[in-house]
Design a protein around this ligand. Structure first.
Ligand SMILES: Cc1cc2nc3c(=O)[nH]c(=O)nc-3n(C[C@H](O)[C@H](O)[C@H](O)COP(=O)(O)OP(=O)(O)OC[C@H]3O[C@@H](n4cnc5c(N)ncnc54)[C@H](O)[C@@H]3O)c2cc1C
Length: 314
């Protein structure tokens, strides 16, 4: 099938907060742009139960923030196309091409804002039990485990925040971490320790998932790294918060990835290619938060405005 051609000055790949911020800055400077998004507008914020660290907003859940962002894009008449970007071609040329299954987007500038996804434990049955007990999003799936037993794996802010969220729904929450120290903020650790139904198990690793004949998670086997003692935990849900993998497979041929597969950029968000930028969680950085993603989205767009000799739309 022949691909449809669409032309914009700038194509933004990914409609998370970083990509959306770039689009807002570009459109307000009268530069035509579109966003291509493969799943859900808002990206990772849709998986967040509550956001309480964004200035000016006391507390908001991720879905409500996404709806506000959607309204803002509609008001600015920024098109969002729901497609999976498979490849980017001709990055070194004036007219660059962003390829999806059915379309070819031609543009002079590209902002990559494809974010990252949660990492799994790479144990047997993990894929088939995802959505059948294994989850990466307490906010999305927590209600399924009302009055049931669940485990949360991890030791950072996300693990603690979501364990606390789940403790208001589930009967019991095991928080399992392979170290005896945590990366999470101290106030979250304190709150989790004060909770009556959160049981923290440190120095423990998950060895296997147990499942029913019907292919639902029924439990975990964990091992204490200090004592080497194994323990079977019967749980209906297991929420994984053990790190992330950048969404960069489709850029593998471009020579812009570092050894961890994040996109390499300078401090102004430029990649090595003229008018190709990366922003938000897809770059390697100190802090993966909404405030940093929106800040980088704004920097990428304003750098592009300075660098550009745009390919005019016909
Ligand atoms: C559970 C959880 C809780 C969090 N809590 C907080 C919090 O309280 N406060 C805070 O500040 N931050 C929080 N964060 C972090 C914050 O959500 C992220 O740092 C931020 O949303 C990243 O935005 P982004 O735009 O860079 O990437 P993302 O939100 O990951 O967006 C990238 C988008 O690109 C799309 N995409 C990927 N590949 C393609 C492709 N091939 N084609 C088209 N589209 C593609 C994805 O579908 C996605 O929508 C939390 C994150 C999680 C997971």
């Amino acid at each position: 099938m022949k691909k449809m051609k669409k032309k914009y000055n700038v194509v933004i790949i990914g409609a998370g907060v970083a990509g959306i911020t770039s689009a807002i800055y570009l459109k307000r400077a009268n530069i035509s742009c579109c966003i291509i998004e493969k799943e859900m507008l808002g990206g990772q914020i849709n998986k967040t139960s509550v956001i309480e660290n964004y200035p000016g907003i006391v507390s908001i859940n991720g879905t409500d923030l996404s709806l506000t962002l959607m309204k803002q894009l509609e008001t600015l008449e920024i098109p969002v196309f729901y497609e999976n970007v498979l490849e980017v071609k001709d990055v070194g040329f004036q007219v660059k091409k962003v390829m999806t299954k059915n379309n070819q987007y031609e543009c002079s500038g590209i902002i990559i804002a494809t974010g990252r996804r949660p990492r799994g434990l790479s144990l047997s049955f993990e894929e088939e039990l995802t959505g059948r007990g294994i989850s990466y999003c307490a906010f999305c799936d927590g209600m399924l485990y009302k009055e049931k037993k669940v485990a949360v794996i991890g030791g950072g802010n996300s693990a603690f925040e979501e364990a606390i969220y789940l403790s208001n729904l589930a009967k019991e929450v095991y928080l399992i971490h392979y170290k005896d120290t945590f990366k999470a903020d101290s106030y979250l650790i304190k709150k989790a320790k004060q909770s009556k139904n959160i049981k923290i198990k440190t120095l423990c690793e998950v060895m296997e998932y147990k499942k029913s004949k019907e292919n639902y998670l029924t439990g975990l086997t964990i091992i204490n790294k200090k004592t080497n003692k194994k323990q079977n935990l019967s749980v209906d849900g297991c929420f994984l918060y053990i790190g992330h993998v950048p969404n960069t497979e489709m850029f593998a041929s471009l020579d812009i990835l570092n050894e961890k597969n994040y996109i390499k950029v300078d401090k102004s968000m430029r990649t090595k290619y003229h008018l190709v930028y990366a922003t938000g969680d897809v770059i390697e950085k100190e802090l993966y938060q909404i405030v940093t993603a929106v800040s980088e989205g704004a920097i990428a767009a304003t750098t592009l405005m300075k660098d550009r000799v745009l390919y005019e739309e016909k």
